[in-house]
Design a protein around this ligand. Structure first.
Ligand SMILES: Nc1ncnc2c1ncn2[C@@H]1O[C@H](COP(=O)(O)OP(=O)(O)OP(=O)(O)O)[C@@H](O)[C@H]1O
Ligand SMILES: [Mg+2]
Length: 282
């Protein structure tokens, strides 16, 4: 499986040498083992995650769905090396998350694109490269996410969907081996969301970067993923891990097929079986 996918791999745009050693064949992109996390707050301790485990193979697309407050963002932040978990272990590309982060082997896209309003699209994408001194072909990056025409625009002149494309191009700047996406399309209208979903699907099918993708939209998770991990609410645990055996390349047409409908229903049933949190998935 991994060997077959390697032929799709497009050479990363990064020219500077990365300190991260090449991962051994078969090294998972993400291994989360028995992860627990407690936040201390004025109102007392909040148990965000308890004994959560999951794995993302190299080149695999895995989505996480679960009720609001079940710890999805907490889990993603632990994988990104932005949070030291209270218990358990996280390994990214065979090492510590912080090492993968320092080596710029991770790309992170969240709901808020967080662009600098005074910089052009091109200058926003160039920013992480300026910080690290790495070089990459910024025009090619813009091309990959379909916004080359808007290189000189400022974020304020773009639609929400276009801003998310810029955020994605910026996350791809260092040629990551793992993309972490936390509800990246959550703030978009349904049509922009559909466009971006299909573009992400096409990009992933071309490049096979491992992706860990958080969403509340069940059909989005099923359409994009190799596996859908269903988390249960408060405290967050992994309730189900569902293999999505739909053929690839995938297109929107699949949504009406009996197999798609059955998988969508399976994810939905696993979510209903999960403990209630503050808000259900859509
Ligand atoms: N910095 C923090 N301090 C205290 N509690 C926190 C903090 N961040 C998150 N929490 C709590 O931890 C739990 C999990 O939060 P998290 O943001 O990981 O959930 P989520 O699944 O991403 O939710 P959503 O779907 O709404 O984004 C929640 O109960 C939340 O209130
Ligand atoms: Mg969240």
């Amino acid at each position: 499986m991994v060997a077959a996918r390697a032929s799709h791999w497009k050479a990363p745009l990064l020219v500077a040498t990365l300190p991260l050693p090449p991962a051994a064949v078969g090294t998972p992109a993400v291994e989360v083992l028995d992860l627990s996390h407690r936040y201390a707050s004025a109102a007392g301790e909040v148990v965000a995650l308890e004994h959560a485990s999951l794995r993302v193979a190299a080149g695999e697309f895995v989505s996480i769905v679960g009720p609001s407050g079940c710890g999805k963002t907490t889990l993603l932040r632990a994988v990104a090396g932005l949070l030291a978990p209270s218990g358990g272990e996280v390994r990214v590309l065979g090492g510590a998350p912080r090492d993968a982060q320092r080596a710029h082997a991770l790309g992170l896209v969240t709901q808020d694109p967080g662009l600098l309003p005074w910089r052009s699209v091109e200058a926003n994408v160039r920013l992480p490269l300026e910080i690290t001194g790495a070089t990459a072909d910024v025009s090619a990056l813009l091309e990959r996410v379909g916004i080359a025409r808007f290189a000189r625009y400022r974020p304020g002149q773009l639609s929400g969907g276009m801003r998310q494309r810029v955020a994605l191009a910026r996350a791809l700047a260092h040629g990551p081996r793992l993309l972490l996406m936390d509800e990246p399309f959550g703030a978009l209208d349904e049509l922009s969301r559909e466009d971006l979903r299909l573009e992400l699907l096409a990009l992933w099918e071309r490049e096979r970067i491992a992706v860990l993708f958080v969403t509340h939209a069940i059909h989005e998770a099923v359409l994009l993923s190799d596996r859908v991990v269903v988390m249960s609410g408060s405290p967050g645990r992994v309730a189900a891990d569902i293999a999505i055996d739909l053929p690839r390349p995938r297109t929107d047409d699949l949504i009406s097929t009996p197999r798609f409908v059955a998988l969508d229903a399976e994810v939905r049933a696993a979510l209903r079986g999960s403990a209630p949190a503050t808000r259900g998935a859509r």
